[in-house]
Design a protein around this ligand. Structure first.
Ligand SMILES: Nc1ncnc2c1ncn2[C@@H]1O[C@H](COP(=O)(O)OP(=O)(O)OP(=O)(O)O)[C@@H](O)[C@H]1O
Length: 271
């Protein structure tokens, strides 16, 4: 199927054309090649997973997408244009939001205020226009509040909206982080091991929220994860990395039956 054509999944979601393309990415840290010549694409509206054993290069890839690392070789294409090297905040301004493996929230602030910080990109009224056109700024404030409240309802965190984040258990903090990222209304949402450190019930909740988020807001999601089982039910397509190389790419079924992937997960020796 052409990557420029839309298609409808078995569960009735529409997957659009390619929104991001990684072309022949190579990333080195001194003598260590974290990523070797990897290409793959992300389509609009899909849930795209990047999986692989420890040290495979997943975090490095996520950091290339989000602008934390600039690869020595290869190109990143976004919305049909080659992306020049960019700082992470510029990538964020382009509509790519992310969560972190080690939660990065303002612990002393309430859940509501943390989620509001995710909205900063959407706040357009400058200080001057706020002074002159108070009405415009007020309207924007109301819109922002409404958008944030919708997300808070959606992620079922109403009951803790006034609680300082520092007091919350781990699973809920992860959910608040998700809410904050979603508040930016990203074109692509990058999730860095969203289920790491969670118990079974928390993992089930998180899976449900990721699926619902994609369904309800149409958010394109790219996530990295080393637990293969967790992402198989969630993802439309999966890239599998091992020792910095791409060893598989396809639907969960294709990837599950790929011998190189099976070997990598069973720890079969490499040539
Ligand atoms: N900042 C860095 N400096 C030097 N080497 C690095 C750096 N970041 C990653 N590496 C190396 O690059 C390789 C890939 O690491 P990366 O963290 O991307 O893998 P990963 O698949 O995310 O692993 P994990 O599942 O354990 O998080 C590893 O050999 C790692 O040691």
């Amino acid at each position: 199927m052409s990557t420029q054509e839309s298609y409808v999944t078995d569960d009735g979601r529409t997957i659009g054309p390619t929104v991001m393309e990684m072309k022949n990415i190579t990333l080195r840290f001194g003598g260590v090649k974290a990523i070797t010549d990897i290409s793959f694409d992300i389509r609009e509206g899909e849930i795209r997973a990047i999986i692989g054993p420890n040290g495979a290069g997943k975090s490095s890839m996520l950091n290339v997408i989000s602008g934390f690392y600039v690869p020595q070789e290869g190109e990143v294409w976004y919305k049909g244009k080659k992306r020049p090297p960019m700082r992470p905040y510029q990538v964020a301004e382009q509509g790519i939001a992310r969560t972190f493996q080690n939660i990065a929230l303002f612990e002393g602030m309430t859940v509501l205020d943390n989620v509001m910080t995710g909205r900063l990109r959407k706040m357009n009224a400058s200080l001057i226009s706020q002074a002159i056109w108070r009405g415009k700024a007020e309207k924007e404030e109301i819109e922002n509040r409404e958008a944030v409240e919708k997300i808070i309802d959606f992620l079922e965190i109403q009951a803790i909206r006034k609680t300082p984040v520092g007091r919350l258990p781990y699973g809920l903090k992860k959910r608040v982080e998700l809410a904050r990222a979603l508040a930016a209304e990203p074109s692509i949402l990058l999730l860095d091991e969203p289920m790491a450190g969670m118990n079974v019930e928390e993992k089930e909740d998180m899976s449900r929220f990721i699926l619902d988020m994609n369904d309800e807001f149409g958010t394109t999601i790219a996530l990295i994860e080393h637990d293969m089982g967790v992402v198989m039910d969630l993802s439309d397509r999966v890239v599998v990395m091992d020792y910095g190389k791409k060893i598989g790419d396809g639907t969960p079924d294709e990837v599950r039956n790929n011998q190189a992937v099976i070997d990598a997960y069973l720890g079969v020796a490499h040539d």
